[in-house]
Design a protein around this ligand. Sequence first.
Ligand code: SF4
Length: 202
Amino acid sequence: MKIDEVAREVRACTLCANSLPRGPRPIIQVSATARLLIVGQAPGTRVHESGVPWNDASGTRLRDWLGLDEATFYDPARVAILPMGLCYPGVLPKGGDRPPMPICAPTWHPVLLPLMPNIELTLVIGTYAMARLLGKGAMADHVRHFRNHLPDRIPLPHPSWRTVGWERRNPWFGEKLLPVLRGRVGEVVTEGSKDCEARHAS
Ligand code: SF4
């Protein structure tokens, strides 16, 4: 089955309809040619309302970390976005978003990922994505030892406002990780764009 057909099926998913306070609205960006994959946590309210992934302050911070403009970030031919939970999960009683729906990634990732064979780099963002893709370990340790996962994966903290203070307390993140991240993302996205141009020209 082609990825567009599967994406339509995913966007119509209602598996968690009884548990989602605002109802199902799966938000993904996928294509068979994408070379960069971003696996984050789950949409927040603003993303749920707009239907546009990372369309919030966290997304602005993430694009700044990656050194990508919006046009490139939202180009599905180059960048795929597939979080651990595809729908907004609601809030916890004490505040903060609920975890991604546990059924979501095991249901849809194994269906979609084989249809994106050109992925060269996966950004593993936040604790839920790290638990699935990198295994056991504290988020800060995964990020600090990011070189262990190169060249095909880079772990990152969730780029929310809470990370601003963490970044200040951990200057190595800006000094060591971000230059490597921007370099790898640039390589993968730029090479992908050259391939697309070559295909169009031939
Ligand atoms: S969270 Fe995932 S599994 Fe649940 S309804 Fe949304 S797309 Fe379907």
